[in-house]
Design a protein around this ligand. Sequence first.
Ligand code: FES
Ligand code: MG
Length: 576
Amino acid sequence: MSEQQPSDLRSARWFGPHDLTGFIHRTAIQAEGFSKFAIKDRPVVGIANSWSELVNCNIHFKMLADAVKRGVLMAGGLPLEFPTISLGESLMKPSAMQFRNLMAMDVEESIRAYPLDAIVLLGGCDKTVPAQLMGAASADVPTIMLTGGPQEPAYFRGKQLGVGTDTWKYADELRAGTITQDDFNELEASAKPTAGHCSEMGTASTMTSIVEALGMCLPGTASIPAVHARRASAAEATGRRAVEMALSGGPRPSDVLTEQAFDNAITLLMAVGGSTNAVIHLLALARRVGYELQLDRFHEISQRTPRIANVRPSGEHLIAQLFNAGGISAVLKELDPLLHAGAITVTGESLSDGYRNAPAPDGDVISTLSEPFDTSGGIAVVRGSLAPKGAVIKRSAASPELLKHRGPAVVFEDIYDLGRRIDDPDLEITEDSVLVLRNSGPTGAPGMPEWGMLPIPERLLRKGVRDIVRISDARMSGTAFGTTILHVSPEAAVGGPLAAVRDGDHILLDVQEQRLDLEVPQDEIERRLAEAVPPAPKYRRGYGKLFVDHVTQADEGCDFDFLQKLPDEEPQRLPH
Ligand code: FES
Ligand code: MG
């Protein structure tokens, strides 16, 4: 891309004119203590920072933003950092997912409204990354992302922990009576030793890895630990690159986020056994650039992509070990025959230019394509009379013997019903039962919380049962596991067949055949649905109302319908 004249810069529309408006804009910057020299003929790089004391995963972002600024200044740009709302997976209620679209709107409108020539996105915790990508994609100003990196591995009684994965495991052991409350308290103090996002291939690491596969960050940066010196130097390099992007006017997100880039992202997702949440975020992101990505594309790519990363929850290691084995670049390099290697990235070069020098697979953390850890990808799509528009299962984290299963339903009306009755000694349930949770989807919950890993009844846990088939219109944490069918679409609250299931109905799951059927005659399903009374909306005002009125179903990514790119939409590049 050719260099622009300083007068071509977007920010020059604010700072260039020798009139009263230009005067007011320039005084606003000088009021912050900058000289005229700082804004004269110089690209302005906005740093969208999701730092917040409410988001432990992103708590080191002030330091990273400083390193980005250093890079911008070295390259002759003016860095201006701005806050956005931030989404912390652990603390936000009812669910960080309910606010992903709000954060995306904040990011989009901040970029659009201010005199910025290029953007550096700083995101880490689960929802911050897709929210920033979605907002930046819609604003379509040249953008590069710097992800926050995983926290250091935690240790408990000498054993390395996956923050999420092991929390679920030990919580079940506590309920099963095999560990004590004291043990569990000790785990609490050990679980999160440093800043950074979750340390296994949960949603955060999946999304940050996908950023590299999409070509939206500098190559080799996705897996660098949060507190590693190289993350700060990557931040500096990102700042330098942002200035080059500002000067050349690109690439813009719409240049990078092509169909090929999405294929590459999905291939990586499958190869690392990544989070099912990524399916939703990629469906939403694609629609921000006018690409109607379909759920079936995930299944097609999953079928042809072996799992070559041995990381939790699908494998054994943490992102720290993946980094030492060459990181996502090494995974991408091995995947080369399955990728669109020529896809353009924010470097202005191809994806393969970025991973060319990555190391070969070590055979332990990263395998070769010919000797993979699994022959197909981690996520499968099923559909049938219980999920006409599809549902997903993370088969790499499921019990192989349950991937084909027929059993009687035990239905819970919502999460409160589940909480009241799951450990009821009178609940008729065996290890062959299929647990069904409804009214937990995008509009029903609302916000589609991570309730999909339904708890196993204590009675079964004490008998040694650790997995049974579970079905819901909810999502599941990227660190969770089990034979859980998620994202059933359409959800119960908008009249999906999940609303028609009754206790004792037989449900057939056959992942190999991609089937999920309610074995009840279709006319009976329809009769029951016609009689069903939809639950009352949970919000009557404010953002919650906007959410339930406009959120799309899981198979479209749960974005707001009015945020998807319009077919005839022209980029709005003029500020006023
Ligand atoms: Fe923030 Fe897991 S809680 S990444
Ligand atoms: Mg998570």
